[in-house]
Design a protein around this ligand. Structure first.
Ligand code: ZN
Length: 91
């Protein structure tokens, strides 16, 4: 298996909102990290650039409430990957 390329679109981000580390719907090759706000364990895709701060969903939602003009999106790479994963695992 080849290592996924770093998601260049994500380099422009300040934060990435991550799922909790124990979330059962997660993709199997996710990497475990720590939320930069509360220190809880989160998971993210292996190609997330190290300089992008990781936050958990709770801290992410709190930030979005705080800053209503926040620019929130999913990158093309992440979207394609999720669509492919769902296609492969459809019953
Ligand atoms: Zn947090």
């Amino acid at each position: 298996m080849t290592k996924a390329k770093e998601d260049r679109e994500m380099l422009a981000a300040d934060f990435i909102v991550c799922l909790p580390a124990d979330c059962p719907s997660a993709l199997p090759d996710n990497v475990v990290a720590v939320c930069c706000h509360c220190g809880c364990k989160v998971q993210h895709r292996p190609y997330v650039p190290p300089k992008v701060k990781k936050v958990c969903t709770d801290c992410g939602i709190a930030k979005m409430k705080e800053d209503r003009d926040a620019d929130i999106r999913i990158t093309k790479q992440a979207q394609d990957e999720i669509i492919n994963y769902l296609k492969r695992h459809r019953h």
